[in-house]
Write a new protein. Structure first.
Length: 247
């Protein structure tokens, strides 16, 4: 209880004085939010920017959140700051991603190769068979799979953050209409997950609920890292399409 009282006192002093030193104390107290978010999505930004740049963007968003936060509303600062920081980091990463056309082109090439080989072989082709069909080595194939997985993850996280940001405003509490929309969106997402095949559902569950890394999921399922990334990417693409249709 004392910590909560101390936090409230700190916020009240800041809103009364706008003292930079008090704001810096608040930044220090909540900087862990930036670090947690940066670590959680580190897998998709390694090719788009330096970690320090990502964290700096998060800190800027945290400072902005502090300035916009309304203590009189019944919203926890951690919730509001998390949404704004995550949105800012994803937006920054998206702006740094200069290869979406190439990634999308490669994704389509692999999807078409899988379909054609599936018909030809009468079964799901192996990664090596797909790579041979595309006349690339397995390391290049794995790189493409990782990029397409990161692209799908970025797109899905961006969409979820966009919806969350609309539902949680610092200037007002959730209206009955917004609360209904939030519940409905969660229902649509749950239904979309149910439409996935069993392996896709399992990987989504292990990745988001259990918070396992894809390489650990690959070990559990006894498949390669690139195959786990590919299934993960396919699942996110399906969820992304379902959510965008709903929105």
């Amino acid at each position: 209880m004392e910590n909560i009282k101390d936090d409230n006192d700190l916020w009240e002093k800041y809103f009364q004085t706008k003292d930079v030193s008090i704001r810096n104390q608040i930044i220090e107290r909540y900087s862990y939010i930036v670090k947690i978010i940066a670590m959680r999505i580190r897998g998709m930004y390694h090719q788009y920017g330096e970690v320090d740049d990502i964290v700096n963007e998060g800190i800027i968003a945290l400072i902005d959140a502090i300035g916009r936060f309304d203590l009189s509303k019944d919203i926890k600062f951690e919730t509001y700051a998390t949404i704004r920081v995550k949105g800012a980091i994803i937006d920054y990463v998206r702006k740094q991603a200069w290869t979406p056309r190439r990634v999308n082109k490669n994704r389509k090439l692999i999807e078409n190769a899988e379909k054609e080989l599936n018909i030809k072989l009468g079964r799901n082709p192996s990664e090596l068979e797909i790579a041979d069909y595309l006349k690339i080595d397995i390391s290049e194939y794995s790189k493409i799979i990782l990029e397409t997985s990161n692209s799908s993850l970025l797109s899905f996280e961006d969409l979820v953050s966009e919806v969350s940001y609309k539902n949680f405003s610092a200037s007002s509490e959730l209206s009955p209409e917004d609360n209904f929309a939030k519940i409905e969106m969660e229902k649509v997402l749950a239904e979309a997950i149910e439409q996935l095949n069993e392996k896709e559902k399992l990987i989504i569950s292990l990745y988001y609920k259990e918070e396992l890394k894809l390489k650990d999921i690959a070990k559990i399922l006894q498949i390669s890292n690139s195959r786990a990334s590919q299934i993960h990417s396919q699942a996110l693409s399906k969820l992304n399409n379902s959510m965008r249709k709903y929105i």
